[in-house]
Design a protein. Structure first.
Lengths: 272, 222
């Protein structure tokens, strides 16, 4: 019911946060902001890709394949970042019942899942020349795979419950349970991996990363973060629109139904 | 409050025995999976003995899922869940009672039958005892985690598949420590007590988080 305004009566002097998070206000400022944000992220992404392709040197052990890292690491960061932002939105949605928190959470899930998948795919593409196999049951890979599966579960639950408010509460509870469990999963997978696998094969090229690679990587991470936030804002706007359409459709159906009920003769059974 | 708890546990136990549903059936399912593994891997007893605890644990995880989708759904459909929600006790007590009864009819039989099924995968005495002990300590965690999924999908018509997708990733830590504790008893560098205590800790965490989250899910699903 976002945008209907019945639950969002503005107080006499609303704080900046309250004003920004009102769905109608949100649509206004995000509409003005997103093109600029998209242009900025494209610019930073171009700079980052240039640095990653032409400036950063090939690794002395890994050769050119090290460039996969410039996609892989930002994707991993965004996969975790969007889960964290979903957990914050889940608190907002459960504690304050804020409609925009539901919207933010729902919009974040597919983006986070997509970046986690990108991280997994690029990681396994890098693993083929480096480790000789597309997949090893390394602790970090396994944790990311489980994160991806949890994302899939959240999206599936959202699809299964039709009514958006109820779906949002159910998904919020599951998101928070997942947030409590993710550190436990991470810890147990580490324990499991050290039990089953020697750590010697899985060491990266060196203990520290050289500045000539670090700066391109940081630029790429900044680009990915900006791009991810832009995508998230676009997805939130789509979700607000979708809910408005849903509300309007329901109202239209009710209006038509009421109109029909008046014209139907009293002898006929009333339509349900 | 304890009276209500006991009454709810007794009710669910009576329902389970009279309907004759999930308890015995999940035991049969457990046996079925344990029996399927040698068909897939071949009848090599040395290999089976080595992966025996893993087979039993995997079977326990899958068998826990059986009947879990009806944990709250049956009561939600006939309206008794609304009555329980209107009772002068917190919904958390109701959830705790229902989960306890469910574990008594599914998890406990699995743990008790594990030594018997261990024979099929050529476990020795120590291995059987250890696996049964880890199942006894670990299956409550599986049931509590599953209860969250059951509460979230209580109002979904065909929630069984979604339930499995939701809760299986969260059961991974329990599986890891259950199997490593059982393996540690069969020999290895890690003492048996370390993974077993972590497993017990996971069960306690799951009991708290699972009860609160399942009650919240039921409360807010209207």
């Amino acid at each position: 019911m976002s945008g209907s305004g019945s639950t969002m009566t503005p107080s006499p002097s609303p704080s900046l946060w309250t004003r920004l998070s009102n769905p109608s206000h949100f649509m206004r400022w995000s509409g003005a902001l997103t093109p600029w944000l998209a242009a900025l992220s494209a610019l930073v992404l171009a700079a980052g890709l240039y640095l990653a392709w032409f400036v950063a040197p090939p690794d002395y052990q890994q050769g050119e394949t090290v460039r996969i890292m410039f996609i892989h690491v930002p994707a991993a960061w965004l996969g975790v970042f969007f889960y964290a932002s979903m957990s914050l939105s889940a608190v907002g949605s459960l504690v304050w019942r804020h409609p925009l928190a539901d919207v933010a959470q729902r919009a974040a899930a597919p983006i986070g899942a997509a970046f986690t998948l990108i991280c997994l795919v690029t990681g396994s593409l890098w693993g083929k020349p480096m480790w000789g196999t597309y997949w090893v049951w390394d602790a970090r890979l396994t944790s990311m795979l489980l994160l991806f599966l949890i994302y899939c579960g959240l999206i599936a639950l959202w699809r299964a419950i039709e009514e958006p408010n109820r779906a949002a509460r159910a998904v919020s509870i599951l998101t928070l349970v997942g947030a409590v469990n993710l550190p436990i999963i991470k810890f147990s997978v580490n324990w499991w991996s050290t039990l089953h696998q020697p750590a010697s094969i899985l060491r990266m090229g060196g203990p520290t990363i050289d500045p000539s690679m670090l700066y391109p990587l940081l630029v790429m991470i900044a680009a990915a973060t900006l791009g991810g936030i832009t995508l998230h804002l676009y997805a939130m706007r789509t979700e607000v629109m979708r809910r408005r359409v849903r509300t309007l459709t329901i109202r239209e159906a009710e209006r038509l139904d009421a109109g029909r009920a008046q014209t139907v003769p009293a002898a006929l059974p009333q339509p349900l | 409050m304890i009276g209500v708890f006991a009454a709810l546990v007794a009710r669910d136990l009576a329902l389970a025995t009279r309907i004759g549903g999930s308890g015995a059936l999940s035991l049969v399912f457990f046996l079925m999976i344990v029996a399927l593994v040698p068909f897939a891997l071949g009848p090599d007893l040395n290999l089976l003995a080595r992966i025996g605890p893993a087979i039993l644990w995997l079977a326990a995880v899958l068998a826990t899922l059986i009947g879990l989708d009806r944990l709250f759904q049956a009561d939600a459909e006939d309206g008794s869940l609304d009555l329980m929600g209107a009772a002068p006790v917190p919904l958390e007590i109701v959830v705790l009672a229902k989960v306890t009864a469910h574990w008594l009819t599914t998890g406990l039989p699995l743990a008790l039958a594990a030594p018997l099924f261990g024979l099929l995968v050529a476990l020795d005495g120590a291995g059987m005892g250890a696996t049964a002990l880890t199942l006894l300590a670990g299956t409550p965690a599986l049931t509590f985690i599953g209860a969250v999924g059951a509460a979230l999908t209580a109002s979904i018509r065909r929630g069984g598949l979604i339930l499995a997708v939701l809760v299986l990733p969260l059961m991974v830590p329990t599986l890891i420590f259950g199997v490593s504790a059982a393996q540690a008893a069969l020999g290895g560098t890690v003492p048996f007590a370390t993974p077993l205590s972590i497993l017990a800790g996971l069960t306690l965490i799951a009991a708290v988080v699972g009860t609160l989250a399942a009650a919240a899910a039921l409360r807010w699903s209207e």
